[in-house]
Design a binder for this molecule. Sequence first.
Ligand SMILES: Cc1cc2nc3c(=O)[nH]c(=O)nc-3n(C[C@H](O)[C@H](O)[C@H](O)COP(=O)(O)O)c2cc1C
Length: 376
Amino acid sequence: MSSIHTPLCDMFEIEHPIVMAGMSLGMDDAMPSPPKLAAAVTNAGGLGVMGCGSRKPDTIDWCIREFKKLSSGPFGIDLLLPVTMGTGAKTETKAEIRGRLERDYPKHVAFVKDLVKEYDLPEIDLDDSEEEAMTQDLLKKEFEVVLDHKVPVFVAGLGDPSWVVPLARAQGMKVGGVVGAVRHAQRQKDADVDFMVAQGTEGGGHTGNIATFPLVPQVVDAAAPLPVLAAGGIGNGRQIAASFAMGAQAVWIGSAFLVAEENEIPREHQEQIIKGSSPDFSLSKYRTGKQSRSYKSPIKDAWAVSGLDPLPMPLQGILMEPVYLASRSIGIMDLDTATAGQAGGMITERKPAKDIVDRLVAETHEALEKMKPLVN
Ligand SMILES: Cc1cc2nc3c(=O)[nH]c(=O)nc-3n(C[C@H](O)[C@H](O)[C@H](O)COP(=O)(O)O)c2cc1C
């Protein structure tokens, strides 16, 4: 097996500069970056990062313990640390937020009720009156689990990690932040992170508007001397070689690992990624209130023509629950579709994670070798 080594490999203590991006959809039964997948990526020489944003602290603890049963190698946890929260309250249950939605956002609630009727979805039992919604207090509890386990690599997917850096560093952890715009790189630098992920708009999940090609070199310059991982739309080794050319020291790949055999997202969603072409993966704020890229869906289309403004996190996600939980509960997977990026257009098969890592390493090596004659 060929080998490609960058200084970031030393920081993460990994063989290949390939990191599986932390991915979370907040659902415990359909994890896009579950422990068994993260362990398979780490065991293949990359770094497996588990996306645990908006998960209960107990679930995060379970993920870490489960990973450790399957791998003794390094791993990461990614949490969302939004700068602003839709709920000003310190703690607020989902039931309380539902009450607030009915009171303050009747048009939004009517939109959801109309969809439930139009698609003949069952009324689902949202019996979670005590479940805590995503509040600053919950974020702190989530992060405490990460600290307790001295997780080797912590990534802040959204927001400002300044409050976590000193705590994490005291535990010997490495901390990184995801940025989708050059101006965010300065915020991460001020927060004193160890590395940054520059994620272009092509990527799956929450994403900005700047494409990977213009974003990565600018973030590399702004972040210097900190190392940068390139992300967004990367699905083969030629793109990884291009990422090195742009100054990145590793890649952060999400969508291409969604079709790993070890993934837990629904098989129907894996098929959407395998069969879909790049334009099928479009942006919308319908699901979480923040712009996110996912496979086409009639719900997304309905939201686009509704003229409604998206609600701040976590209100929008709680608003939409009756649609996506109900459609999943009866096995309809083309209403709440795969969250994935434009790389979906180049992903053609379901494979074990090790095969995906091996392919990416071999293709990168080949691409770099092919470039050698270009230099005289
Ligand atoms: C299903 C899915 C869920 C995601 N959830 C998160 C998340 O919880 N936190 C985060 O930082 N990024 C999240 N992302 C973004 C990824 O971490 C990563 O930046 C992105 O997938 C890279 O682009 P790519 O999909 O083209 O590889 C998610 C992406 C996907 C596809």
